[in-house]
Design a protein around this ligand. Structure first.
Ligand SMILES: Nc1ncnc2c1ncn2[C@@H]1O[C@H](COP(=O)(O)OP(=O)(O)OP(=O)(O)O)[C@@H](O)[C@H]1O
Length: 227
């Protein structure tokens, strides 16, 4: 059997120090995502969802436990290796797209590739292909402010996928879109998961979207509980 794309084993995280300020946010979280699998993460507010996504995406370190990308334990690696792994192997999508306002859609998708060492021309070719794939190709030369919410979010998908990550972490990626646009953007996400073998962990409060994924993990008070 191949290694999971992403695995967390016994991950613990506590914020603050001392009795008064201590918040135990994650209490031994274990999960694994196979390549090509889309998993919904459902959590009440404050359950530790953002903390979990940050640790899974190597933006934060756990106090205890293991985070593996493609079978490789990332916890003991230095900052440089973690930064490189995050850039090359993990894509993030947030509720709000955080596109760079002064750059065009094409540039927003090309820039992360250039940061990873791809030449401008090759980066722009791939960026255009991705934008075409999600139906915003004709808008490639526009800045985010000239795009609709759904178009902006599709550009954000392209940016997250530009470096061919093995893991996509999404936090309410369709949360600020109307139902129809949300449906369309989510459809694109699922198609990309199916086609590219990407593993996606998608935090959402939307049960209809959760039902369209392969399975649901529920996070409550810092623990994974039966969905
Ligand atoms: N840097 C920090 N220092 C202290 N406490 C923190 C810190 N970050 C988060 N917390 C606390 O940890 C708990 C979990 O936070 P987290 O942001 O992971 O929750 P969440 O499930 O993503 O919530 P929401 O869905 O409301 O965004 C919350 O009680 C929060 O107040």
């Amino acid at each position: 059997m191949s290694d999971p794309a992403l695995a967390l084993e016994g991950v613990e995280k506590t914020y603050g120090r001392g009795r008064a300020g201590e918040v135990r946010v994650l209490r031994g979280v274990s999960l694994a995502l196979a390549p090509g699998e889309a998993v919904a993460l459902v959590a009440p507010s404050g359950a530790g969802k953002s903390t979990l996504l940050h640790i899974a995406g190597l933006l934060d370190t756990p106090d205890a436990g293991v985070v593996r990308l493609g079978g490789q334990d990332m916890a003991g690696r230095g900052d440089r290796a973690r930064t490189q792994a995050r850039r090359d192997r993990v894509g993030f999508i947030y509720q709000f797209h955080h596109l760079l306002p002064e750059f065009t859609a094409l540039e927003n998708v090309a820039l992360p590739q250039m940061a990873a060492g791809v030449g401008r021309r090759a980066a722009e070719v791939r960026a255009q292909e991705l934008l075409d794939r999600v139906g915003v190709g004709p808008r490639a030369g526009h800045r985010p402010a000239a795009l609709s919410g759904g178009e902006q979010q599709r550009v954000a998908f392209c940016r997250a996928l530009a470096n061919r990550p093995s893991v996509l972490l999404a936090d309410e990626p369709t949360g600020n879109l109307d139902p129809e646009t949300s449906d369309q953007v989510f459809g694109v996400l699922m198609a990309l998961v199916r086609e590219t073998g990407l593993a996606a962990l998608v935090a959402t409060h939307n049960m209809a979207l959760a039902a369209r994924m392969d399975r649901t993990l529920r996070l409550e008070a810092g623990e994974i509980v039966p969905a």
